[in-house]
Design a protein around this ligand. Structure first.
Ligand code: F2R
Ligand code: MG
Ligand code: MG
Ligand code: MG
Length: 359
């Protein structure tokens, strides 16, 4: 039987929340990798906790989810996209709960937007880092509602999806790598919405690579070349290049070495060094059990993505969105859902976005 689109929408948004809440547990450690026992223990703890009637511990979401919720709410209220509304939602949410663990630089944008009374929405982001823009993964981490909404524009080919992602990302991130990372995450979610039970890794990577080749070709001429510290030559197609490494590690018979993943994909706060790790986690876990053999592919995606270390909440939120879009809500453990903050809202957003299909 084929999965309903609604189930996949719920899976994507709930997967994103769970990745953030569970992954955040290790973000402060900023470890090069997390031992599998630590992750198994945390998951066991969550599953035991869910059986409690009273005083259940709730794992809280961070900036990743705070911003995703604003993207969802804004797109639901304005399906044709309102930059002012979305910028306001980001800014108001930040001022309401500033302690969700936002990036150090992005908060300057919220201050400037508020002070300027939302006059020039795209200006503060373009001024970040002396005009270079942020290369952080803050655009990619929050993008999941966009490919769900843009699913309705299927006939319009991929342009709509890419443009919507671009406009949402630019509100805070104007660096080429941040924008293209958000685009790759968005396209990966869209592809996952169409996956069947068995994920074809080669086909997934090939499709993504051919789309990213067009995206990177376009930004070569349109977006400023990023500065390099030592004046070294800038890689013109960094996402296309890393996709080959993702393919290799996802497919190899042997369990990949964590150090290799860290060195060659990255688990950092930058988009270029975190979006590939999320995609790798999803693809690898679709085929191999590795350290988490007794778990289903969704659970394995989450556990593997956290075990990579570094920016764990963000890599897990991105991996969770892709896996959820692929496998749907029914494979996501009930116990995880009851112990994470913001799950019922995510389900509601999925329903609202689903209602907008065909409109
Ligand atoms: N902020 C966190 N976690 C704390 C990270 C501690 C870590 N040890 C560390 O700082 O290395 N998590 C949340 O932030 C990430 C999303 O960030 P976002 O929204 O992209 O924010 P921002 O401030 O724009 O960028 C993040 C940092 O990246 C560096 N950076 C970005 N662009 C740069 C540039 N052009 N030149 C130099 N540095 C740049 C800065 O340090 C920024 O502060 C997620 O992980 C989320 O969970
Ligand atoms: Mg976070
Ligand atoms: Mg920034
Ligand atoms: Mg993070």
């Amino acid at each position: 039987t084929s999965l309903s689109l609604l189930s996949r929408f719920k899976g994507a948004l709930v997967g994103a929340v769970l990745g953030d809440c569970i992954g955040a547990y290790f973000e402060f450690e900023w470890a090069p990798s997390i031992e599998k026992e630590k992750i198994v223990n945390l998951v066991n703890k969550i599953e035991a906790e869910s059986k409690k009637d009273k005083k259940k511990k709730v794992w809280e979401f961070t900036d990743d989810t705070a911003m995703t919720r604003s993207v969802a709410r804004s797109l639901i209220a304005h399906p044709d996209f309102s930059s002012v509304d979305m910028a306001k939602k980001f800014t108001e949410e930040y001022h309401k709960e500033p302690d969700r663990g936002y990036g150090n630089a992005v908060i300057t944008i919220f201050e400037k937007l508020k002070a300027s009374d939302y006059k020039d929405i795209y200006k503060p982001a373009s001024e970040q880092f002396d005009g270079q823009g942020s290369y952080g993964n803050g655009g990619a981490m929050r993008i999941s509602p966009a490919p769900l909404l843009a699913q309705r524009e299927e006939d319009n080919d991929k342009i709509t999806k890419i443009e919507l992602t671009d406009k949402i990302t630019r509100l805070t991130h104007t660096h080429r790598d941040a924008i293209n990372g958000a685009v790759m995450q968005s396209l990966a979610i869209n592809l996952a919405l169409k996956c069947h039970e068995e994920v074809d890794i080669d086909n997934f990577v090939d499709t993504l690579k051919s789309d990213m080749a067009k995206v990177e070709e376009k930004s070569r001429s349109k977006l400023p070349k990023p500065d390099t510290e030592d004046g070294a030559e800038v890689e013109e197609f960094p996402y296309c290049k890393v996709l080959e490494t993702v393919r290799e590690y996802a497919k190899q018979e042997q369990k990949p070495d964590m150090k290799d993943i860290n060195d060659n994909l990255g688990t950092e706060i930058s988009a270029l060094k975190s979006v590939p790790a999320a995609l790798f986690s999803f693809l690898r876990a679709s085929k191999y059990g590795d350290d988490f053999k007794d778990r289903n592919p969704f659970e394995r995606t989450m556990m593997l993505s956290i075990s990579l270390g570094g920016d764990t909440d963000t890599i897990a939120t991105m991996a969770g969105a892709i896996a959820g879009a692929c496998y749907g809500i029914n494979v996501i453990p009930e116990s995880w859902q009851t112990c994470c903050e913001g799950v019922s809202d995510a389900i509601e957003f999925a329903e609202e976005l689903h209602k907008l299909q065909g409109k």
